[in-house]
Design a protein around this ligand. Structure first.
Ligand SMILES: [Zn+2]
Length: 90
């Protein structure tokens, strides 16, 4: 898999983990390009894909963000809770 098209990079060139990418999006620091990438990533990444609750919450989030609206706090909380659950198995 080529990583050249991964818009998520640390300043030292290493790629971000799923949770780091997610946090960037939740913090509102991700670019539209990164949103697109993460949406695709969800379909390809098993740990992310397994967390269906998280998947749905992020789709909602991306929809809201892409339409330029304010993201409701309860949606952010839903994602944070789901991602923490998801992260416990590691
Ligand atoms: Zn992932």
């Amino acid at each position: 898999m080529s990583s050249a098209d991964n818009p998520f990079k640390n300043s030292d060139g290493t790629e971000l983990s799923c949770i780091q990418m997610l946090n960037l999006i939740l913090d509102g620091d991700a670019s539209p390009e990164q949103h697109q990438y993460f949406k695709k990533h969800l379909e390809e990444c098993m740990p992310c894909y397994k967390s269906h609750e998280l998947d749905i919450a992020i789709r909602d989030l991306l929809k809201v963000k892409c339409s330029g609206n304010h993201v409701p706090d309860d949606l952010v909380n839903r994602i944070k809770t789901a991602s923490q659950k998801n992260n416990n198995g590691r």
